[in-house]
Design a protein around this ligand. Structure first.
Ligand code: PAF
Length: 281
């Protein structure tokens, strides 16, 4: 039976009935697309119960970002989750999660990893993510939690906090789900106008090209990044970064590193898009 709760006390009443069952948890900010639904379907295969949260987390948005305009489509999302036989949808208000009006006294910050790439242009973003994910994992206490690889840096931040705090949960990354033209699915794709939507797959193409060049032993990373930057700029993007990193920790790779990931963030009009592709040399 599909149930929706929006308070912590109702959440705990239901979880108390499932004490001997395994739980897979999929945290989201809603506006669910096929990428989220793939996470949910995967969750179904990993545990007896599937819990999804929808919470547009105010503390991971910076000033001037899209917190107020972030698409909120709860009724439609609930229908989609019910159709996938999700057991429980948790949709807390901001007040429920952050009851204190004042600045949070307790936050979680994964230093280093949170300060580079997206963290450099979105200060405080990953601390907001790490704090809410820790809080949700603590409230729900799942055996496993599933996150999309599209937000690759976020996934590593979460793996790191779970490891450092010895949280008893397995973090599973799930491959990025793409539109037929390669664009990574994202709730923010809805911000693109018709022209921008046509240009948007260039981001994935540029990353793929960087991977192909790496495989053909072009290991001058700076040169590859320059090529990608130029390509994105010519396609109408304003790149924030495009870079080759180590999969393990997003450090700049040494020549002997074989497991790499190319990542980019770029603005197209008012929309900020991110994507990444992993490559083994
Ligand atoms: O990836 C997201 O949707 C959010 O960052 C998350 C993990 C649900 C935390 O708010």
């Amino acid at each position: 039976m599909f149930q929706i709760v929006d308070t912590i006390s109702d959440l705990h009443k239901i979880l108390a009935l499932w004490q001997n069952q395994t739980i897979a948890f999929v945290p989201t900010m809603g506006n669910l697309h096929a990428g989220h639904m793939a996470l949910v379907r995967h969750a179904r295969t990993l545990a007896e119960r599937v819990v999804v949260s929808i919470f547009v987390n105010p503390i991971q948005f910076g000033p001037g970002e899209d917190y107020a305009s972030y698409p909120r489509t709860l009724d439609l999302d609930a229908l989609k989750l019910a159709a996938e036989k999700v057991d429980l949808l948790f949709t807390p208000s901001s007040k429920e999660i952050y009851p204190s009006e004042k600045k949070l006294a307790t936050t979680v910050n994964v230093s280093g990893l949170s300060d580079i790439l997206c963290g450099a242009t979105r200060p405080g973003h990953f601390s907001g993510v790490a704090t809410v994910v820790t809080l949700l994992l603590n409230l729900i206490q799942p055996q496993v939690a599933i996150f999309g690889e599209k937000d690759f840096q976020q996934l590593l931040v979460i793996r790191r906090l779970v490891a450092d705090l010895f949280l008893p949960v397995k973090i599973v990354g799930y491959p990025t789900v793409r539109e037929s033209d390669g664009l990574a699915m994202s709730s923010r794709n809805g911000y693109l106008n018709t022209q921008e939507r046509k240009q948007a797959p260039c981001l994935y193409r540029a990353l793929r090209k960087m991977c192909d060049n790496l495989v053909t032993e072009m290991n001058d990373y700076i040169k590859l990044e320059d090529i990608c930057w130029k390509e994105l700029s010519e396609a109408g993007f304003k790149p924030e970064y495009c870079t080759v990193r180590r999969v393990l920790d997003l450090a700049v790779p040494n020549i002997e590193d074989r497991q790499l990931v190319v990542l980019a963030a770029a603005r197209l009009g008012k929309t900020r898009l991110i994507d990444n592709v992993q490559v083994t040399l």
